[in-house]
Design a protein around this ligand. Structure first.
Ligand code: SAM
Length: 269
């Protein structure tokens, strides 16, 4: 049984809180920050993670495929194309990894940072990976009807949302009964040797390196701070359960540096 974690009445809704930024301004701050580094975002990602980030997204896409194509009874006819949303898609790496599964899904990459979406579309064109649709929208308020998605995925984006519980409620609204959710996020590894070593890299080295690669140190100070404040994997699992999801699982990758949560909206909902 998962433990439940309730915020105290006085505490604000849990969500990203960039240092020195009022809660109400957090989404604007986050969008401007990603807009500033968009053109160098991919390079920084691959260099700072030694390209392991590609493997994490591949694992996320594969897990989502297995869940989506496993025989939970679909509510709609099987011949309908499945709609898969990649929220906070950034430059589209997960969107394109999902498209590459070759399942004929309708894949939509959505983000609220215009610069990121332009790069995502250009990347798809460059790789001749046609078929994805791109949508500029806030992941907290998506322009889709209830029950209109078969799957929702998000990689390294959920942590940046202003209110995690409200976001989970929005994802639940969008998914059809039986639909699946996959959230890939950073976490803090707690292994005896890796934990302290990674903390040193993440809090000391990465901000300097990230600043050097992108010309903007702010996002790479924000990154470790936001990961430290992000719920632990069991906490996020508890919130998913409270939001109504079932079949909640989490898998730790690379010693727990990244964690993939998967869940299903109950068929009876
Ligand atoms: C760290 S990047 C992750 C990008 C991509 N998913 C990846 O795997 O590299 C976070 C992305 O989330 C987007 N984002 C943050 N808050 C958002 C929101 N409320 N609605 C839509 N996109 C958001 C940012 O614009 C940014 O592109």
């Amino acid at each position: 049984m998962l433990s439940t974690i309730e915020p105290s009445a006085a505490s604000p809704a849990p969500g990203t809180r960039p240092e020195g930024v009022p809660a109400a301004d957090a989404p604007r701050y986050v969008r401007a920050m990603f807009g500033r580094i968009a053109s160098r975002y991919d390079r920084a990602n691959h260099w700072l993670s030694l390209s392991v980030d590609r493997y994490w997204r591949w694992r996320a896409a594969r897990s989502l495929e297995r869940l989506l194509e496993s025989p939970a009874p679909p509510v709609r006819p099987l011949e309908r194309r499945r709609r898969v949303l990649d929220l906070c898609c950034g430059t589209g790496d997960l969107t394109l990894a999902l498209l590459a599964r070759g399942r004929g899904w309708e894949v939509i990459g959505s983000d609220f940072t215009h610069e990121m979406l332009l790069l995502a579309r250009a990347k798809a064109d460059q790789r001749r990976q046609s078929g994805a649709r791109w949508l500029e929208a806030d992941a907290m308020r998506l322009p889709f009807a209830d029950f209109s998605a078969d799957a929702i995925a998000t990689a390294f984006g959920f942590r940046n949302l202003a209110d995690y519980r409200a976001a989970l409620a929005e994802f639940f609204r969008l998914l059809r009964p039986g639909g699946v959710l996959a959230i890939l996020e950073f976490s803090e590894p707690s292994l005896p040797l890796l934990g302290p070593l990674y903390a040193w890299y993440f809090h000391r080295i990465l901000p300097a390196l990230g600043g050097w690669i992108t010309g903007s140190a702010d996002p790479y100070r924000y990154l470790p701070n936001s990961v430290t404040r992000f719920p632990t994997p069991p906490q996020l699992a508890a919130w998913l359960e409270q939001a109504g999801f079932a079949g909640i699982r989490f898998q730790r990758f690379t010693g727990g540096i990244a964690v993939l949560h998967t869940a299903r909206k109950p068929v009876s909902s």
